[in-house]
Design a protein around this ligand. Structure first.
Ligand code: ZN
Length: 472
């Protein structure tokens, strides 16, 4: 793409613009140019010549800031056969995500400035904005604190040993103390392994029926309780990753009512799927008479009971839970085509996230503007003030935005995924709500050919565009 082409203004015409940062919710046009939002309002289409702008017709669609994912596994460096930064970013664009925070459980892990620099340099050439999360402990071994100051100076936006919890309470206390001084959150994967040494799915009737070791909700709740206590003690910036149990949501609600400044996330799959999906048949247990299982449902934390799903949705709706994070965890086929015990934990989520989440809206569990808040402003606030411009749709802010059809019904087909990870229990499942177009820094990085004219998309883009638009 030439420089001239990258500067072609884009007019998104006639959509329902929802901007949680300003509270705007109404039919309007959005004019984008020079990488930023130029104007938002009714009647902009009449003020520009159709020859001068690329028009995205958005009648019946929602236009909002691009989604910010505080929890993504991009697998590079070390596991490029599962995902690369480039393929993960392309999957993000298809899913409406414009900023990804990459988890540090790579090989080598992101526990020093050189690896941070590698991830950010690779990320600068990707379709969406890539931010790095650094390790809490050296080598993610949970023994010795990583040099958090070095990681922060190198550009890390948070810290996590995700994939593993920070088991050592003394180490967690120290990390939270540093997080307070650095002003960056610690995202902890809460799970006490001593309570679920061989666990592969939620402890309950499904694990009993299949004869597989369970993971009780208390394994998560016990560490959530510890971390809240440590956050209160230290004044640190605690962010609770992927909460899945009703008891955890209630503890966060109580902590917030006492004024403890913690934040928390939930994942799309924990808002839609339940433990019985492990039996195959897409949660329709009547369809699976035989004793079988579906390894694509194996995920950390596990899919749980309908009561837990309901608690996570109501926690998200009332603000107890600040944001949605995908925990996108791509895997190769061999990691899933094996026994349930041997299968890897994780689901490839980026490309189905919106469709899964919209089910909660269509079912009346959460209002659409609230859901969008939890995908944009919520994660930006959990990360810190530097992210605010990327969660706003007002003149002068970076033109990171998504256009989606809230009612489009489509069938998930993993063969169309941009992610190398085709591990999802949703293959073949119908979802309602689909991304039509995604713009990063004013450039269309994805356009859905089933919903929009394919010539909208310019596939060739260079890293300099992202950087010049305030990328880092
Ligand atoms: Zn995790």
């Amino acid at each position: 793409m030439t420089t001239a082409e990258t500067n072609v203004p884009v007019l998104i015409a006639g959509g329902r613009v929802i901007d949680p940062s300003s509270g705007f919710d109404g039919i309007a046009d959005v004019l984008v140019g020079d990488g930023v939002i130029k104007a938002v309002g009714p009647g902009l289409a009449g003020q520009v010549s159709a020859d001068d702008v690329r028009v995205i017709p958005a009648d019946g669609m929602v236009v909002c800031p691009g989604f910010i994912d505080v929890h993504t596994h991009l697998r590079e460096p070390g596991f490029e056969y599962k995902e690369t930064i480039a393929t993960g970013a392309a999957a993000a664009a298809r899913g409406g995500f414009t900023t990804l925070c990459a988890m540090p459980n790579t090989e080598p892990p992101v526990d020093n400035a050189a690896v941070v620099d590698y991830v950010l340099r690779r990320g600068a050439a990707a379709a969406v904005r890539i931010r790095a999360i650094g390790c809490v402990s050296k080598g993610r071994r949970g023994r010795e604190l990583a040099d958090m100051e070095e990681l922060a100076a190198a550009g890390c936006v948070a810290f996590s040993d995700d994939g593993d919890p920070v088991h050592d309470s003394g180490l967690m206390r120290l990390a939270l103390t540093y997080s307070r001084d650095l002003g960056l959150p610690i995202s902890n994967h809460c799970q006490d392994h001593a309570l679920c040494p061989q666990g592969v799915m939620a402890e309950g009737w499904v694990s009993s029926r299949l004869g597989l070791a369970g993971i009780p909700a208390v394994a998560e709740e016990a560490m959530v309780a510890r971390d809240i206590a440590l956050a209160e003690l230290t004044g640190g910036r605690l962010h609770l990753a992927h909460l899945s149990a009703a008891g955890s949501v209630e503890m966060v609600r109580t902590a917030k009512s006492r004024g403890i400044p913690i934040t928390a996330e939930v994942c799309p799959h924990h808002l839609m799927l339940t433990e019985d999906w492990a039996l195959g048949g897409h949660g329709d247990t009547a369809a699976t008479g035989a004793l079988s299982y579906e390894t694509q449902t194996k995920v950390y934390p596990p899919l749980r009971r309908p009561e837990d799903v309901a608690a996570c949705i109501s926690g998200l709706a009332d603000g107890t839970i600040d944001c949605i994070a995908t925990d996108h965890a791509p895997h190769d086929r061999a990691s899933k085509e094996c026994t349930y015990q041997d299968a890897a934990f994780g689901i490839s989520v980026l490309e189905t996230a919106l469709g899964m989440l919209m089910q909660a809206v269509h079912d009346g569990g959460i209002l659409l503007p609230t859901l969008i808040d939890r995908l944009t402003l919520g994660p930006a606030q959990a990360l810190g003030a530097a992210f605010a411009p990327y969660a706003a749709l007002v003149a002068g802010t970076p033109a990171d935005l998504v256009v989606f059809d809230p009612d489009a019904v489509w069938r998930v087909d993993v063969n169309r995924f941009a992610s190398l990870g085709r591990n999802t229990p949703l293959d073949g499942v119908e979802l309602r709500g689909r991304v039509a177009a995604t713009l990063v820094g004013g450039r269309p990085v994805f356009a859905e050919p089933d919903l929009l004219a394919p010539d909208l998309l310019s596939t060739d883009f260079s890293s300099t565009d992202l950087l010049s638009n305030g990328g880092r």
